[in-house]
Design a protein around this ligand. Structure first.
Ligand SMILES: [Fe+2]
Length: 181
């Protein structure tokens, strides 16, 4: 079974990759978690924000080490990494955070217009705006609201000059969450 240390090592070792944005993956993750905490989103969503792009780190690991790529989206890869350790409160919003982007792009034109260049580029790879026929299923998901919230923290976490709280702070929180299960 995966341990917290494994996730941290993956984030640390591949966290310096740029993945197309102006901040590193680690910076982006810390900024997202800080936004979640500042919004009093609850510990599960703070940890989800911290690890929401762990799937990108895994993709980088696969690319650099010659591991066979799993060919899943980074959202699904992240969910799989997190579900055993934290349960659905953390893993489901992560698994839905790309769907949340596709939903908001379909339902809020101003949201789509405000996406970063990289997020606009990846939207096409991710399937584009969610077709109306798929809205109701997503809206009925028990983690719908939390996925949208996570998306908000994600989108706001691309500021080159930001000073988020340190990784250690969030790891204490993550460890407490695991202990409480
Ligand atoms: Fe992200």
């Amino acid at each position: 079974m995966i341990r917290l240390d494994d996730l941290v090592q993956l984030l640390r070792s591949r966290g310096e990759s740029r993945y197309g944005e102006d901040v590193t993956l680690l910076q982006h993750s810390l900024q997202a978690a800080t936004h979640a905490e500042d919004a009093s989103a609850g510990d599960s969503l703070v940890v989800a924000a911290l690890f929401h792009d762990l799937g990108h780190a895994l993709e980088e690991e696969e690319r650099l080490t010659g591991l066979p790529a799993l060919q899943l989206g980074h959202d699904v890869q992240g969910e799989r990494l997190l579900e055993g350790l934290f349960g659905p409160e953390v893993s489901r919003p992560v698994g839905l955070h790309v769907l949340a982007k596709r939903y908001r792009c379909a339902t809020e034109p101003e949201y789509r217009d405000a996406l970063s260049a990289e997020s606009t580029r990846s939207l096409e790879v991710q399937g584009g705006p969610l077709p109306p026929a798929e809205w109701a299923t997503f809206e009925g998901d028990p983690y719908f609201e939390r996925a949208l919230l996570l998306r908000t923290f994600d989108d706001a976490a691309k500021e080159p000059g930001a000073t988020p709280r340190p990784l250690e702070h969030f790891l204490e929180l993550a460890a407490r969450l695991i202990d409480a299960r």
